[in-house]
Design a protein around this ligand. Sequence first.
Ligand code: 6LW
Length: 514
Amino acid sequence: MRYNNPIIPGFYPDPSICKAEGKYYMVCSSFQYFPGVPLFESRDLVNWSQIGHVLTRESQLPLEGAGSDGGIYAPTIRFHEGRFYMVTTNTSSMGNFYVWTDDIYGEWSEPVKVQQGGIDPSLYFEDGRAYFMSNGDDDQGISGVTQCEIDIETGEKKSPSRCVWQGTGGRYLESPHLYRINGQYYLMAAEGGTEYGHMVIYAKGPSVNGPFTAYPGNPVLTNRNLGGYEIQGCGHGDLVEDDQGNFWMVHLAFRQIHQWMPFHITGREVCLVPVAFQENGWFTAGVGGITPTEVETDRIPHNIKQSLKQRDTFSDTRVGVDWVFLRRPHEEDFSLSKTAYRLYPTNLTLGEKQGSPAFVAIRQRQMRGQIRCNIQVPEGEAGISLYMDHQHHYDLAVARMAAAGGAGDVYRIMTRSVVGSVGHVVEETVVRADTEITLRIGLDPMEYSFSAVFSQQGQETSCPLGRLQTRYLSTEVAGGFTGVMIALYAQEESLTGRGAEPAVFTEFEAVYEK
Ligand code: 6LW
């Protein structure tokens, strides 16, 4: 069969995978968004559906002040003796911790903290022992992949933290994962930073803690030499074995917006490549060490077809699964049903970097397509924001205002761009507040186009509201580790409490073309 990469498009970075009872499970990082750590399942490795999130309670996920480079970093998921473990770092508050569950469809435990620093924690179980690894400094201050043994019941360290490998010399050694395969220990990691030079490397050794010898063909996977190729930044991988004994790697990568435009907007996404073991015990990955957009494989049965979701509406998505909030949402700001999302405005605006505005968002999954949504705004401002972070967003906004001369309310409809400290209203128009409004955004890899359709007594008019280049919302411009979200929001700076009447969003639809 043939499948396409990414297998999970949109902002789902740092994938980690495990297999349990015939199914595969995957988790990704989530930074400032709530709930945290998206959790997926699959029977065939190419079709994934989201179960929900691992971190669903504030006690597991304090996100106060977390930005797009804070909050939850790379998680690892493992299945051991009937129990799932997810270990990660909350870089804004808790440090390294894990949670566990015996029911993958249920709630996870309260966090169990581990007193070893660094990021990208990982667990390895063997002979009744649990090993904890992260990349950071060990007890002697030596930097690299650091390992200790822990008590898996309490998280307490049972041995000093010791550096077991320092990688191959590339910058930002990260995402260590340990495996035992055919009696050998493999320590896989990433180097090069999560950018165009990203790569996957590994080493092999005779015991849990080494000594580890680097694979002579490192990096085992990278697209760093493929100038202009769509898939870039391959790194941060995790291995899994299928039922036939074949190994696979899931890893992150991003799609650049154009051959000559080294920018990406949809965040780091999940790719899948085959891994092949050689007789000498080393393995190779991908197709000649790279990740292509199309993979032809006979390891997955031919009758399996990859199907990617091409349309998101309120009725076929779920709040807290597809739709997420910024930091810790205030429940009373929202009333969200399968037919309408109601958001009560507050004085926390899209520029907010600490608290939680009235904001609910779904990922922009592909670069081409259309977004539309009907909107009513009884007070303040509401709209659709293409939101990368609090300083990088494009808003198609509807603001309700009193008309000059007391002639009733009007709507000011505008496209606003916020890029760093440069804020600018690109286009605007004014209509009577009894007008029915549909907001529309055209998605293209290079440009977003904004418009509104107005309906007054059965008469429809379409009003173009400008175009903005996608690249100013890219990770290369904005920084951080996230991707563009399609956010519905409501705000009114002059409010002291919560607005009395909510903005009403209906008939939301995001339709994608690959
Ligand atoms: C993550 C690190 C990385 O912790 O980026 O690409 C960091 N890899 O492993 C944030 O996602």
